[in-house]
Design a protein around this ligand. Structure first.
Ligand SMILES: Cc1ncc(COP(=O)(O)O)c(C=O)c1O
Length: 369
């Protein structure tokens, strides 16, 4: 049996041949960064593709989180989820804000809105939920709570590129949303990201903040940072955007194959599509019930590795269990039973556009045995 490595992900790359004329043009222009031609073109193309009006490109997906908190002048405490990538919580700490963890919903893996109100204190100023695996949070319920208590909402939408609910972009929910265009994401610019906001004035301020706070040649209006995306990655992004729909469709087929063939495997469960949502199939998480499956999650993960199939325990460990955060009251396991259970049972299976049917079959065979 073929035993070549199957990695959990593989980047979507534009054709090198198509990229070369873009590089030649950049060499001719001699304008490499600072809101150049391709940067402006990619912002326009992304607004158009995503169905949003105001988007600011960034050099990765962490700086938009940090900048959103700055732009909205968030302080004190922010309610967030422990079931995410560490950057979500780190962005709070980089702003001197105390994270307050709230448990997640067992179906969506997103923050459980029913548990948010109990975590609000006089110091709470915002909620930072994550659309985990691209599955939308209950944005209406979260907004209701935010409005009731006068809180801002910043969505970490790093996984939710191109996701719509009833034809409307998920990125319009809350006050701001962030995206990551990291190499492992559905749409990538190698490293990259974006911050989506609701009006032109706010976009202008974010553009100052990502350029050291410069509002003119000699005017600095805030202690901004350097978050600018360069021309080469912007051009790469423009090319990659042309093939992203195709890539999402291929991911969809892979998800269908996994679902079809793992449906009757005792002790293995997975997430289903929701009819009103356009999913992006960013990840394919499975959840292992050790008792029913007859093997723990880690045993299955190791068995996959022994067969040269590399899944990822995403998200494990929980953010709240890292040394930086585990001292917080809200990080205690008894406060986060669902998040702990899911973190201990999840494996994200290999998922990327170029994954072949035969390789998906190989992954399935290992899990079924
Ligand atoms: C949920 C989430 N938030 C934030 C980030 C950070 O994005 P980046 O790696 O582009 O800085 C990631 C990236 O992996 C992520 O998965």
């Amino acid at each position: 049996m073929e035993n070549k490595s199957i990695t959990v992900t593989s980047p979507l790359l534009p054709s090198l041949k198509d990229f070369i004329p873009y590089l030649e043009d950049i060499w001719d222009r001699k304008w490499l960064t600072n809101n150049g031609y391709y940067h402006q073109e990619l912002e326009k193309a992304l607004c158009n593709y995503l169905g949003v009006k105001y988007l600011c490109l960034f050099t990765n997906g962490t700086l938009p989180l940090i900048t959103a908190l700055q732009a909205l002048r968030i302080t004190g405490e922010v309610i967030t989820t422990p079931y995410s990538f560490v950057a979500t919580t780190h962005s709070l700490c980089w702003n001197g804000i105390k994270p307050v963890f709230v448990d997640i919903d067992s179906i969506t893996c997103n923050i459980d809105p029913n548990k948010i109100e109990a975590a609000i204190t006089p110091r709470t100023t915002a909620i930072m939920p994550v659309h985990v695996y691209g599955y939308p949070c209950d944005t209406e319920y979260i907004q209701e709570i935010a409005d009731k208590y006068g809180l801002k909402v910043i969505y970490d939408a790093a996984h939710a590129f191109g996701v719509t609910v009833n034809g409307k972009s998920i990125l319009e929910a809350g006050d701001m949303s962030t995206l990551s265009f990291h190499a492992t994401k559905v749409f990538n610019t190698i490293e990259g990201g974006a911050l989506i906001c609701k009006d032109g004035q706010t976009k202008k301020r974010i553009d100052y903040l990502k350029n050291f706070g410069f509002a003119g040649e000699t005017i600095v209006v805030a202690s901004g940072i350097n978050g600018k995306m360069d021309e080469i990655r912007s051009a790469y992004g423009l090319l990659n955007l042309k093939q992203v729909d195709d890539a999402i469709e291929k991911r969809h087929q892979i998800a269908n194959q996994y679902r079809r063939e793992l449906e009757n495997t005792e002790g293995i469960s997975f997430m289903e599509d929701i009819p009103e949502i356009r999913h992006n199939y960013a990840y394919f998480p499975i959840f292992v019930d050790a008792e029913k499956y007859g093997m723990t999650r880690d045993e299955l993960y190791d068995k996959m590795k022994e067969n040269n199939v590399f899944g990822r325990r995403y998200f494990y460990p929980l953010i709240s269990s890292f040394s930086t955060y585990r001292g917080l009251d809200s990080a205690r396991s008894k406060n986060l039973p669902i998040a702990n259970k899911i973190a201990d049972s999840v494996i994200c299976l290999p998922m990327y556009a170029e994954l072949t049917e035969n390789n998906v079959e190989r992954v399935i065979e290992i899990i079924r045995k």
